[in-house]
Design a protein around this ligand. Structure first.
Ligand SMILES: *Cc1c(COP(=O)(O)O)cnc(C)c1O
Length: 376
């Protein structure tokens, strides 16, 4: 059996180990320290967000963003349906209800028209949504100008879920810094990783400072332990931040490699009947965190995304269906949803192909040879 080809595995550069050793030598083995401060500066600079708080996960970042916007029990928060469950779970942590919005065809992200329809319908029921969470799926920027225009019209803040989109550009501007706040993830499978971690981004310093305060158990300034807020243990460790600072040095190379993976797949597979890709809309640049294909079983004469996934699995190659939309998840069966069928169709026909920045040319060629053989 060949060595497993993963969907997206960690890819360390040359400095991460040195920085972690430095952390050990200095004994800053804590959820604070110079690498935490430095990683926050790196991220604020790279994204242009102004301010960043590094945290234990992207999920924690989203949870704090909702708290900072005052989301409480009984509230409603609008969320893209086509996403990973972590986009929606923090809404429920707050006792609020997610309202799901289907996708449009050009980016597979939140449909701005359906967003407006949903807001108008919620308003007609006397329920003004407290926040809007669009997602840049697989690194592809959502239609942010349109989404932000609708959000501004109804005066609802936007939290950008940029967990998959570090390094993606929308009209020349980095994803994560386009809404009121944005979140990033450094989970093990993301474009850069700290083993686990996340960040909250924002232009308003008071909000980001408040996030750091809440993430460190909400300790009031006093010699004893005093609390006037409920806190969380959500801060990133200085060890993880050391890895993060090393990963920032190779981020441009990681983006280039993932984009090259996508180019390989297009070159090798685009001619196959029934196989489709998601091109970048004018003005957008995706980090191509994951390369995805759509397979139309009519045009492919019966080959489905499952045919491909199982053929790869037999060769010890990991591939995965696109995210199953949240409005089709058993756990969110009762949540309001505004749907047009796009996300359901993407889930039925879409597949994520191996996309790590550490794949060799031979790995990529093996994957596309196997897929090409299915059409022979
Ligand atoms: C990975 C991911 C998250 C959660 O990030 P964690 O760091 O794993 O908590 C949130 N949203 C999306 C879209 C993600 O892909």
């Amino acid at each position: 059996m060949r060595e497993k080809i993963w969907l997206s595995s960690p890819h360390m550069g040359t400095k991460e180990r040195e920085f972690v050793t430095d952390v050990f030598d200095s004994n800053w083995i804590a959820p604070l320290g110079p690498y935490v401060d430095g990683f926050e500066k790196d991220l604020a600079t790279f994204t242009g967000a102004g301010h960043a708080a590094v945290l234990s996960s992207g999920t924690a970042a989203l949870h704090l963003a909702l708290i900072l916007l005052g989301v409480e029990k009984g509230d409603e928060v609008i969320c893209q349906s086509m996403t990973f469950s972590a986009s929606a779970n923090p809404i429920v942590y707050q006792g609020a209800t997610p309202v799901f919005i289907d996708s449009e065809e050009d980016t597979w992200n939140m449909d701005p028209q359906l967003l407006e329809t949903a807001i108008q319908d919620r308003l007609s029921k006397g329920r003004k949504p407290k926040a809007i969470i669009p997602v840049h799926l697989y690194g592809m920027p959502a239609k942010m100008d349109e989404i932000l225009a609708v959000a501004a019209k109804y005066d609802i803040p936007v939290i950008e879920d940029a967990a998959e989109a570090l390094g993606s550009l929308y009209k020349g501007r980095p994803c994560g810094a386009l809404g009121r706040m944005g979140i990033l993830s450094f989970n093990g499978n993301k474009i850069i990783t700290t083993s686990g971690g996340g960040a909250l981004l924002g232009n308003e310093e008071d909000l980001i400072k408040m996030a750091r305060f809440l993430a460190c158990q909400a300790r009031d300034p006093a010699p004893h332990y005093q609390h006037s807020h409920i806190g969380f243990n959500y801060r990133m460790s200085n060890i993880c931040a050391g890895i993060g600072r090393g990963q920032m040095l190779v981020l441009p190379a990681r983006i280039a490699q993932r984009r090259a993976n996508y180019a390989h797949y297009v070159e090798q597979l685009a001619a196959l009947p029934g196989v489709g890709f998601l091109p970048e809309p004018e003005g957008s640049s995706s980090n191509r965190w994951l390369s995805t294909i759509l397979v139309d079983p009519v045009l492919s004469r019966g080959i489905t995304r499952e045919t491909i996934r199982l053929a790869l699995e037999k060769e010890n190659i990991e591939a995965r269906p696109l995210w199953k939309p949240m409005h089709l998840q058993p756990v969110f069966a009762g949540a309001p949803a505004y749907v047009n069928g796009t996300a359901a169709r993407l889930f039925d026909t879409g597949l994520c192909l191996p996309s790590g920045s550490n794949l060799s040319i031979q790995d990529l060629q093996d994957v596309t040879d196997l897929i090409n053989n299915l059409w022979d």
